[in-house]
Design a protein around this ligand. Structure first.
Ligand code: DGL
Length: 259
């Protein structure tokens, strides 16, 4: 069982940013990544649709013998992970916006969060916000259109820069000193954000924490792969493999899947 792969899914290519963290921390673990790009973005869909798609993705990864599933999508985690945990008998790791560290560290008592509508309107997010950020100001911003542009391979485009300027303005006007990235796609915006944000605004995301949690849960279940041989890494998408290959770099091959 420990040689079985870690299954990872996202609504698209964004979760590859989480896969990179996992692979860096656990280089001998076999992995299967599924991008449901044909159905992206999840962030504008109903909770029930997000649950249905997450179940379908999980079933695919379990058919491939995944020993643990990483839901590398904030939208799917905040809307569907409870259901997944109740339904399938395998450990799940999710990702949520890192509002807590931002709230603990802010000096201006104001933080910004960029995420999808589905994440910001979820009850899990509002619970976390109330718990950790009720004494500070949180400027929430829906990142409409960002996921679509990344899925179309238009990461470094004028359209993207215009959208980001528009979304950052209310946050900067409110004097944020932390920006929380609440969507795994947004990790790829880092070079653009570093360019657009004043130096004192720090960016927080949860990718590394997810990798550490994945390792801890594998240890806890005695599922870490003891074989120290080159890992088998499989990537599947029902969208455009070339977009994913360009984000993955290192000449990884992505297979198209009619899914
Ligand atoms: N990567 C997903 C997330 O973390 C994108 C959501 C979407 O498809 O709208 O939320």
């Amino acid at each position: 069982m420990s040689k079985h792969p870690i299954g990872i899914f996202d609504s698209g290519v964004g979760g590859t940013s989480i896969w990179k963290e996992i692979h860096q921390l656990l280089p001998y673990e076999n992995t299967i990544y599924l991008a449901d790009s044909a159905n992206a973005p999840y962030g504008i869909k109903s909770k029930q649709t997000i649950i249905d798609l997450s179940v379908k993705n999980t079933q695919f990864l379990l058919e491939k013998n995944s020993k643990l599933i990483v839901v590398a999508c904030n939208t799917a985690t905040t809307n569907a992970i409870d259901y997944l945990r109740q339904t399938f008998d395998v450990p799940f790791i999710g990702i949520e916006p890192a509002i807590k560290p931002a709230a603990l560290q802010t000096k201006t008592q104001t933080v910004g969060i960029l995420a999808t509508k589905g994440t910001l309107s979820s009850s899990l997010f509002s619970k976390t916000s109330t718990l950790f950020a009720s004494n500070i100001k949180v400027v929430e911003q829906i990142g409409d259109g960002i996921v679509e542009l990344i899925e179309q391979g238009k990461l470094y485009s004028n359209e993207m820069v215009s959208l980001l300027k528009l979304y950052l303005k209310p946050m900067l006007d409110a004097n944020i000193d932390y920006l929380v990235l609440g969507c795994t796609h947004y990790r790829y915006l880092m070079p653009l954000l570093l360019d657009l944000l004043p130096k004192h605004v720090k960016i927080i995301d949860s990718g590394e924490a997810v990798a550490r949690q994945t390792k801890a849960v594998l240890e806890q279940h005695q599922l870490l792969n003891s074989l120290k041989v080159k890992a088998q890494l499989h990537f599947f998408t029902n969208g455009n493999p070339e977009v994913m290959e360009s984000l993955l770099e290192n000449n990884y091959k992505v297979d198209f899947l009619n899914f």
